[in-house]
Design a protein around this ligand. Structure first.
Ligand SMILES: Nc1ncnc2c1ncn2[C@@H]1O[C@H](COP(=O)(O)OP(=O)(O)OP(=O)(O)O)[C@@H](O)[C@H]1O
Ligand SMILES: [Mg+2]
Length: 303
């Protein structure tokens, strides 16, 4: 097979649907993701979102500054940025676990002010209840939603099948490996059938093989269910492996510094040359922000 030497990533300006420079695939203009219907209203829209935290010295820390971001229905958006740039804060705001200091966040054009079952946040620590079985853990969110027992059980079995854990329905979390627990957390989140899945470095603590397998499964489930995913990661290659688009955030105050449209065919693999090459391009830009964050850290550390 001929190596694919075509441009696979576009740096985006204001409208992510219009690449700032044209991309070519096999000599033809690149086709932007077409599997999904182009909705006029974004699934998630952040407008001029800023957030300040009060600090102990009575001053304010501007964590997020004027974030503008649109996410299409069914899009897989990855967010990368140096530690402390506000990635988790951004997910918390979309989940409405926190309120912005200014600006607005809307799902399907409806401003979000309270947590809702249309959005679900998956943390790096899976947060399963150790005293419940795997099946009961998956049922938990549905129970909170008020679903009847029979419907809960049916969905619980469906989603456990989807993450290949049917046999472990009656096990307790401590009887599973880390990767299996993360899959239970994924099944539990999916079972509530949220429109938007917010994932905060969900695979960071896993070994490489388990992470590879979960990438495959997440991509398959995403393709099957049509969910919108916003996925935070430190790993640029992971972002390119999974995302339709990668948003790069700047060091404090967190802003969307640059967006990259990843125009590589799926399924992708972490080790693919094109994935690595695209990741390198993004990494060059990320490195500047990491250096800024290190400089800020050293400035406060006289050693
Ligand atoms: N509850 C809080 N009170 C005060 N400051 C906070 C609080 N939570 C976060 N911050 C500050 O806001 C900034 C952004 O934090 P956040 O956790 O969103 O970063 P992050 O990009 O997720 O970092 P990491 O990659 O390390 O997870 C940091 O400077 C952090 O110190
Ligand atoms: Mg974080």
């Amino acid at each position: 097979m001929m190596p694919n030497t075509n441009l696979a990533v576009s740096t985006l300006s204001t409208d992510y649907r219009k690449p700032a420079r044209s991309t070519l695939v096999n000599g033809k203009p690149a086709v932007l993701p077409i599997r999904r219907a182009e909705a006029s209203v974004p699934k998630v829209r952040l407008q001029n979102v800023s957030l300040s935290y009060a600090t102990e010295s009575d001053s304010e820390l501007l964590a997020l500054d004027q974030i503008n971001l649109n996410v299409k229905a069914g899009e897989f958006l990855c967010i990368v940025g140096p530690s402390g740039c506000g990635k988790s804060t951004l997910l918390h705001l979309i989940a409405a676990l926190q309120r912005p200091t200014s600006g607005s966040i809307a799902i399907d054009d409806q401003e979000v002010t309270t947590p809702g079952t249309d959005r679900i946040l998956i943390f790096q620590e899976h947060g399963l209840f150790p005293w419940l079985t795997v099946g009961q853990n998956v049922e938990f969110g549905m129970k909170m939603k008020g679903l009847a027992k029979i419907e809960r059980e049916e969905k619980m079995r469906y989603y456990l099948r989807l993450v290949h854990l049917s046999q472990f329905e009656s096990s307790r979390p401590h009887q599973l490996s880390g990767g299996m627990r993360q899959r239970v957390a994924l099944a539990r989140a999916l079972a509530t059938e949220p429109d938007v899945l917010l994932m905060d470095e969900p695979f960071a603590a896993l070994d490489a093989q388990t992470r590879d397998m979960l990438h495959d499964e997440l991509e398959r489930i995403w393709a099957e269910t049509g969910r919108t995913i916003i996925f935070v990661t430190h790993n640029v290659r992971e972002a390119v492996r999974l995302g339709d688009r990668v948003a790069l955030m700047s060091f404090r105050p967190g802003r969307v510094k640059q967006e990259f449209l990843v125009d590589l065919p799926r399924p992708r693999h972490l080790e693919e040359v094109e994935v690595a090459r695209t990741a390198r391009e993004i990494l060059d830009s990320l490195r500047e922000e990491i250096n800024r964050s290190l400089e800020a850290e050293y400035a406060h550390d006289p050693r």
